[in-house]
Design a protein around this ligand. Structure first.
Ligand SMILES: Nc1nc2c(c(=O)[nH]1)N[C@H]1C(S)=C(S)[C@@H](COP(=O)(O)OP(=O)(O)OC[C@H]3O[C@@H](n4cnc5c(N)ncnc54)[C@H](O)[C@@H]3O)O[C@H]1N2
Ligand code: MOO
Ligand code: MG
Length: 411
């Protein structure tokens, strides 16, 4: 059986970023949050656009006020009032100043701003009570960014700071990478939808919902193909549809060794190359990964049916693949951190074990608290309100409370 690291190498290498030229769409700025920029943005505007004042105060010539003090103020004549948004008309001469406000355009002739608190006003005269430093509180044109340089590179995710930059640069239409299309199908004769009436022996298809939500949260476009009966012909037809429509396909169930576990054989019969037949991890052992030579080089994940196994497999392997396919340049890899466990954690030591729980940051220390209740991979109830998975590598049978453990952050 492949180790988690071996499986990870194979799976992450299968994932190819979507194409920055052909796999793009144009979106409005207000729809761009979370999207991945397809091409670099260059602005023809300098930032700041003009020399301007960082304070409410007076625009002066430094040489005039360099000796100013409370005892010996420099007295200047005010020749103009400059609010923000106004284009100054005068040129300051020695002995003169202009009243100016934060963000207002710097007046010609002046080179320094004296903040209001260091002045006293008498009619059209200002008394400078404290010498400023040269060029103090002047925000110089192009000191933040020079027109023509790269403002934002391709491959970054657009979040609030980038949206602000794009708004300021008046970029209202953006080329972003299309979302990777991820098909989901649930296999199982026992499955019903959440709307149907439960009959004895049936199980509600929660995996389809969990996967839909996970795909959305990591930037993919989910395509729900529904519940598929455990019949080879039906599964084959559904998988055929899924691999033609999607970049990535996720099925759940039917990958173990039972009489109704058909997925692996069907993948092979459709020309899929089984890259990962199972993984030495708990939960998630029967994870089956195949690649197809469809035009989109579809990657197929046969996730185990047990709800916790499906989610853990998703967080460990599928989420990074969706993010890498989305063409994000940095940060698609899983995020592991060190934390102190609040309880003893146990494993049989045979497979890399993932224990779901909650990560808290208290006074700069990360603490991991394992979820209470049954650790069965059939128990989805105690997955609620968890945000992390503690990892016990093969051979590690326990970590005691207070000791350090490696943790995969999933939210
Ligand atoms: N003899 C063995 N039996 C099992 C082994 C093994 O090595 N030898 N592995 C076990 C492990 S580990 C897992 S995980 C499961 C995986 O089973 P499958 O992927 O084949 O999944 P199913 O048999 O179809 O279902 C398992 C379980 O999960 C429920 N399920 C399935 N789909 C959904 C869904 N969409 N939403 C909610 N719940 C779902 C299903 O009803 C079953 O209870 O195999 C072990 N067996
Ligand atoms: O992988 Mo199964 O995943 O242990 O329940
Ligand atoms: Mg099974």
């Amino acid at each position: 059986m492949l180790s988690v690291n071996e499986a990870e190498n194979i799976i992450f290498n299968l994932a190819k970023p979507l194409n920055n030229y052909t796999d793009i769409e144009t979106v409005d700025l207000l729809s761009a949050t979370g999207r991945i920029l397809a091409s670099p943005v260059i602005s023809q505007l300098d930032f700041p656009h003009w020399d301007n004042s960082a304070m409410d105060g007076y625009a002066v010539i430094y040489q005039d006020v360099r000796e100013a003090s409370e005892e010996k103020p420099t007295i200047l004549n005010i020749v103009e009032d400059i609010p923000a948004g106004y284009q100054p008309q005068s040129t300051i001469q020695s002995g003169q100043a202009a009243r100016i406000f934060t963000g207002a355009v710097m007046v010609k002739g002046a080179d320094t701003i004296v903040m209001q608190e260091n002045t006293r006003r008498e009619n059209d005269k200002v008394f400078i009570l404290k010498a400023p430093s040269p060029q103090e509180f002047v925000r110089h044109r192009a000191s933040y960014y020079q027109a023509g340089a790269e403002l934002l590179p391709a491959g970054i995710q657009l979040n609030a700071p980038e949206i602000a930059v794009l708004a300021a640069a008046q970029c209202t239409k953006l080329n972003v990478i299309r979302r990777p299309r991820v098909a989901i199908l649930s296999t199982g004769n026992e499955l019903i939808t959440p709307e149907q009436t439960l009959q004895p022996g049936q199980i509600v298809d929660s995996n389809q919902y969990a996967l839909f939500s996970l795909i959305k949260q990591c930037g993919g476009e989910p395509l729900m193909l529904g519940i598929i009966k455990d019949e080879p012909g039906t599964i084959k037809a559904a998988i055929t549809e899924a691999i033609t429509k999607a970049d990535i396909v996720l099925s759940s169930g039917g990958v173990s060794v039972g009489d109704y576990d058909y997925v692996e054989n069907i993948l092979e019969s459709l020309g899929g190359e089984i890259k990962v037949p199972s993984v030495a991890m708990k939960p998630g052992k029967p994870l089956t990964v195949a690649s197809f030579t469809t035009p989109d080089a579809t990657i197929y994940f046969g996730l185990p049916g047990n709800p916790a196994s499906a989610l853990v497999s998703f967080w460990r392997f599928v989420e990074p693949v969706i993010k890498k396919c989305s063409s994000i340049v940095e940060g698609w890899q899983p995020k592991f951190i060190k934390a102190q466990t609040r309880q003893d954690l146990n494993s049989n030591g045979k497979r890399e074990t993932y224990i779901w729980g909650k990560l808290d940051l208290v006074d700069g220390v990360n603490y991991f608290s394992a979820a209470g209740g049954s650790k069965s991979s059939g128990n989805l109830i105690n997955l609620a309100q968890t945000n992390a998975l503690a990892v016990l590598e093969v051979g590690k049978k326990s970590v005691s409370a207070g000791e350090e453990v490696r943790v995969l952050q999933v939210y």
